[in-house]
Ligand binder design. Structure first.
Ligand SMILES: NC(=O)c1ccc[n+]([C@@H]2O[C@H](COP(=O)([O-])OP(=O)(O)OC[C@H]3O[C@@H](n4cnc5c(N)ncnc54)[C@H](OP(=O)(O)O)[C@@H]3O)[C@@H](O)[C@H]2O)c1
Length: 290
């Protein structure tokens, strides 16, 4: 049995679908009852509803399991504590493989959610459990919240430099690689930086999108406070601070990391490129990406 945490979220549902395509038996750890049905339709055979902050819930979710794919809540103030709780529960359960969904450049202390993932990586390395570290770069799917404005107004706006160079990956490819690691032997003891090979500025992304849509798209930087006002309803003050630190880091350094050879090796094919992703999104919408 493979347990997937964060299973009702964007990444978790993609991993459940990829596991189902490989016939992997998955138990979804979800936060709310309401998401249980969604997790089941994505392929989960079992669903545990619980809170990752509760050690008893972590132990209950891992009972009888052999493998874990841990996806931490996005920008959580409890990310390290949750990582430790799952490592402890994993040791008690006798897990054969703990796969951690981390992030590229977990070394970047200036971004708190990267630093927290690095601390969990280290705890896992020191735990004695067989482990694999998955380190995806920025998902191409991060385009989705901006997609209607891009299509409707021809504007791609974010509060960091439009010249910052970002490495990109299709979440579908990340999920396929995760499913391979969880269902095939021989992937333990490794860290994999996952990217498509595209390292694009927002100006270059806008040009690709304009080519696909057949009309102009301009990349712009918007003021941080404008973005924060729009995001305040869906994020806690802690998360808003973390995102601001992330944008400040992107502004100075971009996020250019990773090399496509890694994902090519894992998938046994070329990773999905940004232009193909945008063509699929334009033709079929977000549903068509699944
Ligand atoms: N987006 C990227 O480009 C990218 C790249 C690399 C790595 N990552 C990492 O991927 C991870 C997942 O991101 P995502 O976009 O898939 O996030 P997401 O859609 O927000 O999913 C996270 C899930 O965790 C659940 N959750 C939150 N708090 C919980 C708790 N206390 N107990 C149990 N479940 C809880 C959420 O449920 P509720 O919503 O019901 O609370 C949600 O279903 C993050 O750690 C992120 O840093 C993202």
């Amino acid at each position: 049995m493979i347990v997937v945490t964060g299973a009702g979220g964007l990444t978790g549902l993609a991993v459940l679908r990829a596991l189902a395509r490989r016939g992997g038996a998955a138990r979804a750890f979800v936060h709310r009852d309401a998401v249980a049905t969604v997790a089941r339709s994505a392929g989960a055979g079992e669903v545990v509803v619980g809170d990752l902050r509760e050690r008893a819930d972590c132990r209950r979710a891992l009972a009888g399991a052999r493998r874990l794919y841990h996806i931490a809540p996005r920008m959580s103030d409890a990310e390290v504590e949750i990582g430790h709780a799952l490592i402890e529960a994993g040791r008690s359960a006798g897990l054969a493989h703990f796969v951690f969904h981390s992030v590229v450049h977990a070394q970047c202390d200036a971004m708190g959610h990267h630093r927290d993932k690095r601390l969990v990586e280290l705890a896992l390395i020191e735990s004695g459990l067989p482990y694999t570290l998955m380190q995806p770069t920025m998902y191409m799917q991060n385009l989705l919240p901006a997609w209607e404005t891009i299509r409707g107004r021809g504007l791609y706006r974010l509060p960091y430099s439009e010249q910052a160079r970002m490495s990109l990956v299709d979440l579908g490819d990340v999920a396929e690689a995760a499913a391979a690691v969880l269902t095939e032997p021989g992937w333990d003891g490794a860290a994999f930086e996952l990217c498509s090979g595209d390292r694009l500025t927002r100006v270059e992304m806008a040009a690709v999108i304009a080519g696909v849509l057949g009309r102009p798209v301009r990349a712009e930087r918007c003021p941080l406070d404008e973005w924060q006002v729009a995001a305040a309803g869906s994020r806690t003050p802690f998360q808003l601070e973390r995102v601001a630190a992330m944008f400040a880091h992107y502004d100075r350094f971009g996020l250019p990391g990773g090399n496509a050879r890694v994902l090519r090796m894992m998938l046994g094919r070329e990773p999905t490129r940004f232009d193909a992703f945008v063509r699929r999104l334009a033709a079929h919408g977000a549903e068509g990406l699944q």
